[in-house]
Design a protein around this ligand. Structure first.
Ligand code: ZN
Length: 314
């Protein structure tokens, strides 16, 4: 693995560009969560997983166009099984060289180890996977209707949540494969934003620790927009924990500065905790709050359409 380490994080400048910003539709987003759940848990090698990849492929082709969607298919071994995995990549305004990356993981966890009643059952994955994907699906619809001022690539990573608890070598399978096998040589977006668990009732997003190392100016701008929009109870102006997720894989392999918006807590002992439904059977539609996804989507639209200085614009 190629490792790139930077002692000084890049500094991004954001200013209000006075541009119009399209509206995010939280109802669409909720529907996209329901549609994913209807397949069942999207566990690698399952029928639901195969059906879901067709669904994502069709959705993003409709939004970005057939020529701008690439399904990166690959096999990998884990726990004695050969897994057939797929990353989905959709490019908006592909002619623009100035780009950003948005990502979420689309796979569901094959076990619910935090659920005493059903530890062997796969997680429905409404929030853990489903909500971030749903927000990106709705952003894709908006990018089709109102092309963004900067090029945007959406990536759905597969196999993020496959590893057994603590066994990090079998997590992040899709992002690792993508980083090591870049579909576009020399791909160099300004930054990346990962969404993970962005739809739970009572969600809160403290500033995730790795994100604050990789791109603090980007984190602070997103959280500032959240505050401006009156979402300070969601985008908490507090340091969170370091959460191992696809963003650290992308950052370490490719050097793309990537941050993570993720619902988590710092508990009284100062260690990482997730919501009570995390990695249980309760991570289903009942714990989804469409307003949380709506707020995340609105903040991202403001960032993408109105805060990034771009040279191409008149
Ligand atoms: Zn998970």
């Amino acid at each position: 693995m190629l490792t790139i380490s930077c002692s000084e994080p890049p500094k991004f400048n954001f200013t209000n560009q006075g541009r119009d910003v399209p509206e995010f539709d939280a109802d669409n987003t909720y529907k996209y969560v329901e549609e994913q759940l209807a397949f069942g848990p999207r566990v690698p090698n399952s029928q639901a997983h195969r059906e879901a990849i067709q669904y994502f492929n069709a959705h993003f082709r409709q939004m970005a166009g057939d020529q701008s969607v690439f399904v990166q298919s690959f096999k990998t071994e884990a726990y004695g099984d050969s897994l057939q995995l797929y990353n989905v990549i959709a490019s908006f305004s592909p002619e623009k060289s100035d780009r950003i990356l948005l990502a979420a993981h689309w796979d569901s966890r094959p076990r619910s180890e935090m659920d005493e009643s059903a530890p062997e059952s796969p997680v429905p994955g409404a929030d853990d996977g489903g909500s971030g994907v749903a927000v990106l699906m709705e952003l894709a619809r908006i990018f089709r209707d109102t092309p963004p001022p900067i090029g945007v690539d959406i990536i759905l990573f597969d196999g993020e949540d496959y590893g057994e608890s603590g066994d990090l070598q079998y997590y992040f399978l899709g992002s690792r494969h993508w980083g090591q096998n870049p579909p576009v040589e020399g791909y160099n977006p300004r930054f990346g934003i990962l969404l993970d668990m962005v739809g739970g009732k009572g969600a809160q997003f403290p500033k995730e620790g790795y994100s604050m190392e990789y791109a603090p100016s980007l984190v602070n701008e997103i959280w500032r927009i959240g505050e401006e929009f009156g979402y300070g109870d969601l985008f908490l102006d507090e340091m969170g924990q370091k959460v191992a997720d696809d963003h650290i894989i992308v950052q370490r392999i490719t050097g793309i500065p990537m941050i993570n918006i993720i619902h988590h807590y710092v508990n009284d002992e100062g260690t990482l905790e997730f919501a009570e439904y995390w990695h249980t059977q309760k991570d289903d539609i009942d714990i989804i709050d469409k307003d949380v996804m709506g707020k995340v989507g609105s903040v991202l639209l403001e960032l993408i359409y109105n805060r990034i200085p771009t040279d191409e614009l008149p």
